[in-house]
Design a binder for this molecule. Sequence first.
Ligand code: ASP
Length: 474
Amino acid sequence: MERILASQTPEYIEKEVTIKGWVNANRSHGPIVFADIRDRSGLVQVVFMDELGSKANELKPEYVVEITGTVQSRSERYFNEKLISGKVEIAASNLTILNTAQTTPFPIDTDGHDIDEDLRLKYRYLDLRRERLQKHIKNRSKVTQFVRNWLVGKDFTEIETPILTKSTPEGARDFLVPSRLQKGEFYALPQSPQQYKQMLMVAGFERYFQLARCFRDEDPRADRAYAEFTQIDMEMSFVTQEDILKLTETMFTELVETLFPEKHILKKPWPRIPYYQAMEKYGNDKPDIRENTDDPNELAFAWVVDFPLFAPQSSDDFFHGSGKAKFAPSHHMFTAPHPDDIGLLETDPLKARGLQHDMVLNGHEVGGGSIRIHDAKIQEKIFELIGFTPEQMKEFEHMLTAFSYGVPPHGGVAPGLDRFLYTLFGETSLREVMAFPTQASGKTSVMDAPSVVTDEQLKELGISVTKKSSTDNV
Ligand code: ASP
Protein backbone atom coordinates (compact mmCIF):
# COMPACT_ATOMS: atom_id res chain seq x y z
CA MET A 1 0.00 0.00 0.00
CA GLU A 2 1.24 3.47 -0.85
CA ARG A 3 2.68 5.38 2.06
CA ILE A 4 0.98 8.53 3.31
CA LEU A 5 2.41 11.14 5.67
CA ALA A 6 1.32 11.76 9.25
CA SER A 7 -0.09 15.13 8.24
CA GLN A 8 -2.32 13.51 5.60
CA THR A 9 -4.02 11.07 7.99
CA PRO A 10 -7.04 13.35 8.74
CA GLU A 11 -7.99 13.07 5.05
CA TYR A 12 -8.20 9.24 5.35
CA ILE A 13 -10.76 8.67 8.12
CA GLU A 14 -12.13 5.10 8.08
CA LYS A 15 -9.58 4.17 5.39
CA GLU A 16 -6.67 1.80 5.54
CA VAL A 17 -3.30 3.50 5.23
CA THR A 18 0.41 2.79 5.54
CA ILE A 19 2.77 5.16 7.32
CA LYS A 20 6.53 4.99 7.72
CA GLY A 21 8.72 6.84 10.16
CA TRP A 22 10.42 6.86 13.55
CA VAL A 23 8.98 6.03 16.96
CA ASN A 24 8.91 9.37 18.74
CA ALA A 25 7.52 7.95 21.98
CA ASN A 26 5.50 4.96 23.09
CA ARG A 27 3.42 4.16 26.14
CA SER A 28 1.94 0.86 27.04
CA HIS A 29 -1.25 0.37 29.00
CA GLY A 30 -1.19 -3.39 29.48
CA PRO A 31 -2.06 -5.02 26.17
CA ILE A 32 -2.70 -1.67 24.52
CA VAL A 33 0.28 0.27 23.24
CA PHE A 34 0.22 3.85 21.99
CA ALA A 35 3.06 5.12 19.84
CA ASP A 36 3.67 8.53 18.29
CA ILE A 37 5.18 8.01 14.89
CA ARG A 38 7.21 10.83 13.39
CA ASP A 39 7.91 11.49 9.74
CA ARG A 40 8.97 14.60 7.87
CA SER A 41 5.49 16.08 8.18
CA GLY A 42 5.03 15.65 11.94
CA LEU A 43 3.51 13.12 14.34
CA VAL A 44 0.57 10.76 14.34
CA GLN A 45 -0.64 8.51 17.14
CA VAL A 46 -0.95 4.77 16.49
CA VAL A 47 -2.80 2.29 18.71
CA PHE A 48 -1.72 -1.35 18.86
CA MET A 49 -4.01 -3.91 20.47
CA ASP A 50 -4.11 -7.62 21.21
CA GLU A 51 -1.25 -9.57 19.61
CA LEU A 52 0.12 -6.49 17.90
CA GLY A 53 0.20 -4.88 21.32
CA SER A 54 2.79 -7.35 22.52
CA LYS A 55 4.88 -6.85 19.37
CA ALA A 56 4.59 -3.09 19.83
CA ASN A 57 5.96 -3.51 23.34
CA GLU A 58 9.34 -4.19 21.68
CA LEU A 59 9.35 -0.69 20.20
CA LYS A 60 11.81 1.84 21.53
CA PRO A 61 12.23 5.49 20.67
CA GLU A 62 13.82 6.08 17.26
CA TYR A 63 13.06 2.61 15.90
CA VAL A 64 12.16 2.89 12.21
CA VAL A 65 8.79 1.35 11.44
CA GLU A 66 6.18 0.70 8.81
CA ILE A 67 2.62 0.52 10.05
CA THR A 68 -0.60 -0.31 8.28
CA GLY A 69 -3.91 0.40 9.91
CA THR A 70 -7.22 2.19 9.78
CA VAL A 71 -7.51 5.92 10.49
CA GLN A 72 -10.10 6.63 13.17
CA SER A 73 -11.49 9.86 14.58
CA ARG A 74 -10.54 10.38 18.21
CA SER A 75 -13.29 11.19 20.62
CA GLU A 76 -13.26 14.91 21.33
CA ARG A 77 -11.77 14.63 24.81
CA TYR A 78 -8.67 13.00 23.27
CA PHE A 79 -8.09 15.70 20.66
CA ASN A 80 -4.49 16.89 20.71
CA GLU A 81 -4.50 20.43 19.34
CA LYS A 82 -0.71 20.48 19.19
CA LEU A 83 -0.58 17.84 16.45
CA ILE A 84 -1.73 18.35 12.87
CA SER A 85 -3.10 14.84 13.08
CA GLY A 86 -4.41 15.40 16.62
CA LYS A 87 -8.04 14.60 15.82
CA VAL A 88 -7.29 11.11 14.51
CA GLU A 89 -5.27 8.05 15.34
CA ILE A 90 -4.40 4.88 13.48
CA ALA A 91 -5.64 1.50 14.72
CA ALA A 92 -2.76 -0.68 13.60
CA SER A 93 -3.28 -3.97 11.76
CA ASN A 94 0.34 -4.57 10.87
CA LEU A 95 3.70 -3.50 12.27
CA THR A 96 7.07 -3.98 10.56
CA ILE A 97 10.20 -2.93 12.37
CA LEU A 98 12.44 -1.63 9.55
CA ASN A 99 15.30 -0.90 11.90
CA THR A 100 16.16 -0.72 15.56
CA ALA A 101 17.97 2.21 17.19
CA GLN A 102 20.26 2.79 20.12
CA THR A 103 19.21 5.17 22.85
CA THR A 104 20.12 8.66 21.66
CA PRO A 105 22.92 10.41 23.58
CA PHE A 106 20.58 13.31 24.40
CA PRO A 107 16.86 13.99 24.22
CA ILE A 108 15.60 15.12 20.85
CA ASP A 109 12.07 16.05 21.89
CA THR A 110 13.18 19.24 23.64
CA ASP A 111 14.40 22.49 22.06
CA GLY A 112 17.95 21.35 22.83
CA HIS A 113 19.36 24.72 23.85
CA ASP A 114 20.47 23.39 27.21
CA ILE A 115 22.47 20.43 25.84
CA ASP A 116 26.25 20.68 25.48
CA GLU A 117 26.80 22.03 21.97
CA ASP A 118 29.86 19.94 21.13
CA LEU A 119 27.86 16.82 21.90
CA ARG A 120 24.96 18.04 19.78
CA LEU A 121 27.32 18.70 16.87
CA LYS A 122 29.06 15.34 17.24
CA TYR A 123 25.65 13.70 16.67
CA ARG A 124 24.27 16.48 14.50
CA TYR A 125 22.17 14.01 12.44
CA LEU A 126 20.24 13.24 15.65
CA ASP A 127 20.21 16.83 16.83
CA LEU A 128 18.65 17.78 13.48
CA ARG A 129 15.71 15.48 14.24
CA ARG A 130 14.46 17.93 16.83
CA GLU A 131 11.46 19.98 15.76
CA ARG A 132 13.15 23.35 16.21
CA LEU A 133 16.01 22.49 13.86
CA GLN A 134 13.77 20.73 11.35
CA LYS A 135 11.79 23.95 11.17
CA HIS A 136 14.87 26.17 10.79
CA ILE A 137 16.42 24.06 8.06
CA LYS A 138 13.14 23.81 6.15
CA ASN A 139 12.57 27.55 6.47
CA ARG A 140 16.12 28.11 5.28
CA SER A 141 15.28 26.13 2.16
CA LYS A 142 12.11 28.19 1.64
CA VAL A 143 14.13 31.39 1.93
CA THR A 144 16.77 30.30 -0.60
CA GLN A 145 14.02 29.15 -2.96
CA PHE A 146 12.27 32.48 -2.62
CA VAL A 147 15.49 34.41 -3.24
CA ARG A 148 16.32 32.35 -6.33
CA ASN A 149 12.90 32.79 -7.86
CA TRP A 150 12.74 36.46 -6.99
CA LEU A 151 16.14 37.35 -8.42
CA VAL A 152 15.66 35.22 -11.54
CA GLY A 153 12.34 37.05 -11.97
CA LYS A 154 14.32 40.29 -11.96
CA ASP A 155 16.57 39.02 -14.76
CA PHE A 156 19.50 37.97 -12.57
CA THR A 157 21.68 35.05 -13.67
CA GLU A 158 22.86 32.55 -11.06
CA ILE A 159 26.53 31.85 -11.64
CA GLU A 160 28.88 29.63 -9.64
CA THR A 161 32.40 30.89 -9.07
CA PRO A 162 35.44 28.81 -8.08
CA ILE A 163 36.06 27.53 -4.57
CA LEU A 164 39.72 26.82 -5.28
CA THR A 165 40.99 30.28 -5.96
CA LYS A 166 43.31 33.01 -4.89
CA SER A 167 43.17 35.12 -1.78
CA THR A 168 40.26 37.59 -1.90
CA PRO A 169 40.92 40.37 0.53
CA GLU A 170 37.91 40.80 2.83
CA GLY A 171 40.06 41.47 5.85
CA ALA A 172 40.21 37.97 7.35
CA ARG A 173 42.75 35.15 7.23
CA ASP A 174 42.55 32.77 4.29
CA PHE A 175 42.12 29.02 4.37
CA LEU A 176 44.85 27.57 2.19
CA VAL A 177 44.77 24.38 0.11
CA PRO A 178 48.09 22.94 -1.08
CA SER A 179 48.51 22.20 -4.77
CA ARG A 180 49.82 18.77 -5.86
CA LEU A 181 50.60 19.84 -9.42
CA GLN A 182 52.46 23.00 -8.41
CA LYS A 183 54.29 21.85 -5.31
CA GLY A 184 54.85 24.52 -2.72
CA GLU A 185 51.97 26.62 -4.06
CA PHE A 186 48.55 27.08 -2.51
CA TYR A 187 45.01 27.88 -3.46
CA ALA A 188 42.97 30.03 -1.11
CA LEU A 189 39.31 29.35 -0.41
CA PRO A 190 37.31 32.47 -1.27
CA GLN A 191 36.48 34.87 1.55
CA SER A 192 33.81 36.01 -0.90
CA PRO A 193 33.39 35.89 -4.69
CA GLN A 194 34.14 39.63 -4.80
CA GLN A 195 36.62 39.72 -7.68
CA TYR A 196 34.80 37.11 -9.75
CA LYS A 197 31.51 38.93 -9.46
CA GLN A 198 33.13 42.15 -10.59
CA MET A 199 34.72 40.33 -13.53
CA LEU A 200 31.26 38.94 -14.39
CA MET A 201 30.20 42.56 -14.81
CA VAL A 202 33.12 43.07 -17.22
CA ALA A 203 31.84 39.89 -18.93
CA GLY A 204 28.52 41.62 -19.58
CA PHE A 205 26.08 39.61 -17.41
CA GLU A 206 24.89 42.83 -15.74
CA ARG A 207 22.92 41.05 -13.01
CA TYR A 208 24.57 38.19 -11.11
CA PHE A 209 23.70 36.32 -7.97
CA GLN A 210 24.90 33.26 -6.16
CA LEU A 211 24.19 31.59 -2.84
CA ALA A 212 27.89 31.80 -2.21
CA ARG A 213 29.83 29.80 0.32
CA CYS A 214 32.50 32.03 1.88
CA PHE A 215 35.45 30.91 3.99
CA ARG A 216 37.15 33.01 6.64
CA ASP A 217 39.59 31.87 9.27
CA GLU A 218 38.36 34.18 12.01
CA ASP A 219 37.70 33.62 15.68
CA PRO A 220 34.08 32.57 16.17
CA ARG A 221 31.47 34.70 17.92
CA ALA A 222 27.77 34.09 18.42
CA ASP A 223 26.96 36.22 15.39
CA ARG A 224 29.87 34.98 13.31
CA ALA A 225 30.30 31.42 12.11
CA TYR A 226 33.73 29.89 12.19
CA ALA A 227 35.16 28.84 8.83
CA GLU A 228 32.25 28.94 6.43
CA PHE A 229 29.00 30.72 5.86
CA THR A 230 26.65 31.59 3.02
CA GLN A 231 26.01 34.95 1.44
CA ILE A 232 23.27 35.95 -0.99
CA ASP A 233 25.90 37.48 -3.24
CA MET A 234 24.70 39.97 -5.85
CA GLU A 235 26.29 42.34 -8.34
CA MET A 236 24.69 44.69 -10.85
CA SER A 237 25.91 46.94 -13.65
CA PHE A 238 24.70 50.44 -14.54
CA VAL A 239 23.18 50.99 -11.10
CA THR A 240 23.35 53.66 -8.44
CA GLN A 241 23.67 52.90 -4.75
CA GLU A 242 19.99 53.80 -4.45
CA ASP A 243 19.07 51.11 -7.02
CA ILE A 244 20.94 48.45 -5.01
CA LEU A 245 19.34 49.48 -1.73
CA LYS A 246 15.82 49.58 -3.23
CA LEU A 247 16.13 46.20 -4.91
CA THR A 248 17.54 44.48 -1.81
CA GLU A 249 14.99 46.12 0.43
CA THR A 250 12.08 45.11 -1.82
CA MET A 251 13.29 41.52 -1.99
CA PHE A 252 13.66 41.13 1.79
CA THR A 253 10.38 42.91 2.51
CA GLU A 254 8.47 40.67 0.10
CA LEU A 255 10.29 37.62 1.44
CA VAL A 256 9.30 38.35 5.03
CA GLU A 257 5.72 39.25 4.11
CA THR A 258 5.28 36.11 2.01
CA LEU A 259 7.05 33.49 4.11
CA PHE A 260 6.79 34.88 7.64
CA PRO A 261 3.50 36.82 7.79
CA GLU A 262 3.57 36.72 11.60
CA LYS A 263 6.56 39.10 11.51
CA HIS A 264 6.14 42.83 11.05
CA ILE A 265 8.66 45.21 9.60
CA LEU A 266 8.91 48.30 11.78
CA LYS A 267 9.69 50.89 9.11
CA LYS A 268 9.08 50.81 5.39
CA PRO A 269 11.01 52.10 3.53
CA TRP A 270 13.94 51.08 5.68
CA PRO A 271 15.62 54.08 7.33
CA ARG A 272 18.96 55.18 5.85
CA ILE A 273 21.30 56.19 8.64
CA PRO A 274 24.60 57.94 7.90
CA TYR A 275 27.52 56.31 9.69
CA TYR A 276 28.40 59.35 11.81
CA GLN A 277 24.80 59.74 12.92
CA ALA A 278 24.67 56.07 13.92
CA MET A 279 27.87 56.42 15.92
CA GLU A 280 26.65 59.60 17.60
CA LYS A 281 23.14 58.44 18.40
CA TYR A 282 23.63 54.71 19.03
CA GLY A 283 27.36 54.43 19.66
CA ASN A 284 27.79 51.77 16.97
CA ASP A 285 27.40 51.22 13.25
CA LYS A 286 24.70 48.56 13.50
CA PRO A 287 22.00 50.38 15.41
CA ASP A 288 19.14 48.47 16.96
CA ILE A 289 16.18 50.72 16.16
CA ARG A 290 13.49 48.34 17.43
CA GLU A 291 10.69 49.93 19.44
CA ASN A 292 9.97 46.78 21.43
CA THR A 293 12.93 44.47 21.91
CA ASP A 294 10.66 41.95 23.70
CA ASP A 295 8.56 41.41 20.60
CA PRO A 296 10.10 38.44 18.73
CA ASN A 297 8.13 39.38 15.62
CA GLU A 298 9.41 42.91 15.26
CA LEU A 299 11.93 43.34 12.47
CA ALA A 300 13.74 46.66 12.32
CA PHE A 301 15.74 46.83 9.12
CA ALA A 302 17.97 49.80 8.35
CA TRP A 303 20.73 50.80 5.98
CA VAL A 304 23.86 52.42 7.29
CA VAL A 305 25.50 54.58 4.61
CA ASP A 306 28.23 57.21 4.20
CA PHE A 307 30.91 55.14 5.90
CA PRO A 308 34.41 56.55 5.87
CA LEU A 309 36.30 54.91 3.01
CA PHE A 310 39.27 54.17 5.26
CA ALA A 311 39.93 53.30 8.85
CA PRO A 312 43.33 53.99 10.36
CA GLN A 313 45.52 50.94 9.69
CA SER A 314 46.35 48.89 12.75
CA SER A 315 49.14 46.37 12.99
CA ASP A 316 46.80 43.39 13.29
CA ASP A 317 44.94 44.14 10.07
CA PHE A 318 45.07 41.32 7.60
CA PHE A 319 44.84 43.63 4.62
CA HIS A 320 47.68 43.07 2.31
CA GLY A 321 49.25 46.40 3.07
CA SER A 322 52.93 46.63 3.75
CA GLY A 323 52.22 47.85 7.24
CA LYS A 324 53.74 51.22 6.43
CA ALA A 325 50.55 52.82 5.17
CA LYS A 326 48.19 54.54 7.54
CA PHE A 327 44.96 53.45 5.86
CA ALA A 328 42.94 50.24 5.73
CA PRO A 329 39.74 50.04 3.68
CA SER A 330 36.68 50.10 5.96
CA HIS A 331 34.84 47.75 3.62
CA HIS A 332 37.17 46.39 0.97
CA MET A 333 39.62 47.83 -1.50
CA PHE A 334 37.18 47.82 -4.41
CA THR A 335 34.69 50.21 -2.80
CA ALA A 336 34.35 53.51 -4.67
CA PRO A 337 34.97 56.80 -2.90
CA HIS A 338 32.04 59.21 -2.78
CA PRO A 339 32.32 61.30 -5.96
CA ASP A 340 32.34 64.53 -3.90
CA ASP A 341 35.30 63.26 -1.85
CA ILE A 342 37.75 62.20 -4.60
CA GLY A 343 39.92 65.26 -3.86
CA LEU A 344 40.25 64.16 -0.23
CA LEU A 345 42.16 61.07 -1.37
CA GLU A 346 45.08 63.45 -1.96
CA THR A 347 44.59 65.75 1.01
CA ASP A 348 42.86 63.92 3.87
CA PRO A 349 41.95 60.32 2.99
CA LEU A 350 40.47 59.49 6.40
CA LYS A 351 37.78 62.13 5.76
CA ALA A 352 36.70 60.61 2.42
CA ARG A 353 33.36 58.78 2.43
CA GLY A 354 32.89 55.51 0.58
CA LEU A 355 29.82 54.42 -1.37
CA GLN A 356 29.39 51.56 1.09
CA HIS A 357 26.10 50.30 2.51
CA ASP A 358 25.54 47.97 5.43
CA MET A 359 22.26 46.16 5.92
CA VAL A 360 21.28 46.06 9.58
CA LEU A 361 18.50 44.05 11.22
CA ASN A 362 17.59 44.32 14.92
CA GLY A 363 21.08 45.51 15.81
CA HIS A 364 22.94 42.89 13.74
CA GLU A 365 24.97 43.65 10.66
CA VAL A 366 23.39 41.30 8.18
CA GLY A 367 25.37 42.24 5.10
CA GLY A 368 27.30 44.87 3.25
CA GLY A 369 28.11 46.05 -0.19
CA SER A 370 29.15 49.05 -2.22
CA ILE A 371 29.43 50.79 -5.54
CA ARG A 372 32.78 49.65 -6.92
CA ILE A 373 35.64 51.54 -8.37
CA HIS A 374 35.51 51.19 -12.14
CA ASP A 375 38.32 53.60 -12.93
CA ALA A 376 41.72 51.90 -12.99
CA LYS A 377 43.45 55.14 -11.90
CA ILE A 378 41.35 55.44 -8.75
CA GLN A 379 41.86 51.74 -8.04
CA GLU A 380 45.63 52.24 -8.26
CA LYS A 381 45.38 55.27 -5.97
CA ILE A 382 43.52 53.15 -3.38
CA PHE A 383 46.14 50.39 -3.64
CA GLU A 384 48.80 53.04 -3.03
CA LEU A 385 46.98 54.50 -0.02
CA ILE A 386 46.60 51.09 1.62
CA GLY A 387 50.32 50.62 1.17
CA PHE A 388 50.59 48.02 -1.57
CA THR A 389 54.09 47.26 -2.72
CA PRO A 390 54.55 46.84 -6.51
CA GLU A 391 54.52 43.03 -5.95
CA GLN A 392 51.26 43.21 -4.04
CA MET A 393 49.81 45.44 -6.75
CA LYS A 394 50.74 42.72 -9.25
CA GLU A 395 48.50 40.24 -7.40
CA PHE A 396 45.54 42.32 -8.57
CA GLU A 397 46.79 43.03 -12.05
CA HIS A 398 44.02 40.83 -13.48
CA MET A 399 41.44 43.28 -12.11
CA LEU A 400 43.19 46.30 -13.62
CA THR A 401 43.63 44.44 -16.90
CA ALA A 402 39.96 43.40 -16.93
CA PHE A 403 38.98 46.98 -16.22
CA SER A 404 40.93 48.13 -19.29
CA TYR A 405 38.47 46.30 -21.57
CA GLY A 406 35.34 48.33 -20.93
CA VAL A 407 34.08 47.86 -17.41
CA PRO A 408 30.57 49.17 -16.73
CA PRO A 409 29.86 51.14 -13.56
CA HIS A 410 28.74 48.49 -11.10
CA GLY A 411 28.04 47.64 -7.49
CA GLY A 412 26.48 45.04 -5.29
CA VAL A 413 25.67 43.69 -1.90
CA ALA A 414 25.97 40.41 -0.05
CA PRO A 415 23.43 39.80 2.71
CA GLY A 416 24.56 36.91 4.90
CA LEU A 417 22.03 34.11 4.74
CA ASP A 418 22.96 32.61 8.12
CA ARG A 419 23.07 36.05 9.75
CA PHE A 420 19.65 36.95 8.38
CA LEU A 421 18.03 33.67 9.46
CA TYR A 422 19.63 33.72 12.89
CA THR A 423 18.26 37.21 13.51
CA LEU A 424 14.87 36.42 11.96
CA PHE A 425 14.43 33.30 14.12
CA GLY A 426 15.79 35.05 17.22
CA GLU A 427 18.37 32.29 17.65
CA THR A 428 21.27 32.16 20.07
CA SER A 429 23.98 31.39 17.54
CA LEU A 430 24.47 31.20 13.79
CA ARG A 431 25.12 27.48 14.14
CA GLU A 432 21.45 26.95 15.00
CA VAL A 433 20.44 27.77 11.42
CA MET A 434 23.14 25.69 9.67
CA ALA A 435 22.79 21.96 9.06
CA PHE A 436 26.39 20.96 9.78
CA PRO A 437 28.21 23.95 11.27
CA THR A 438 31.80 23.98 12.42
CA GLN A 439 32.17 23.96 16.19
CA ALA A 440 33.58 26.96 18.01
CA SER A 441 36.75 24.89 18.54
CA GLY A 442 37.24 24.67 14.75
CA LYS A 443 36.26 20.97 14.53
CA THR A 444 33.58 20.19 11.97
CA SER A 445 30.27 18.60 12.96
CA VAL A 446 30.20 14.81 12.99
CA MET A 447 33.28 14.24 10.78
CA ASP A 448 35.89 15.62 13.13
CA ALA A 449 38.02 17.53 10.62
CA PRO A 450 40.68 18.86 10.55
CA SER A 451 42.55 15.61 10.84
CA VAL A 452 46.02 14.20 10.35
CA VAL A 453 46.77 12.93 6.82
CA THR A 454 49.11 10.16 5.72
CA ASP A 455 52.80 10.68 5.02
CA GLU A 456 52.14 9.66 1.39
CA GLN A 457 49.58 12.40 0.98
CA LEU A 458 52.00 14.94 2.39
CA LYS A 459 54.82 13.69 0.17
CA GLU A 460 52.65 14.04 -2.91
CA LEU A 461 52.00 17.63 -1.94
CA GLY A 462 55.64 18.31 -1.19
CA ILE A 463 54.77 19.26 2.37
CA SER A 464 56.56 18.42 5.54
CA VAL A 465 54.75 18.97 8.80
CA THR A 466 56.28 19.67 12.15
CA LYS A 467 54.60 16.88 14.09
CA LYS A 468 52.55 17.80 17.10
CA SER A 469 54.37 16.83 20.23
CA SER A 470 52.39 15.27 23.04
CA THR A 471 52.71 18.52 25.02
CA ASP A 472 51.24 20.75 22.26
CA ASN A 473 47.68 20.37 23.43
CA VAL A 474 48.36 20.85 27.10
N1 ASP B 1 32.22 40.94 -0.75
C1 ASP B 1 31.59 41.77 0.22
C2 ASP B 1 31.59 41.06 1.58
O1 ASP B 1 31.75 39.86 1.63
C3 ASP B 1 30.21 42.15 -0.12
C4 ASP B 1 30.14 43.09 -1.27
O2 ASP B 1 30.86 44.08 -1.26
O3 ASP B 1 29.29 42.84 -2.15
O4 ASP B 1 31.35 41.69 2.58
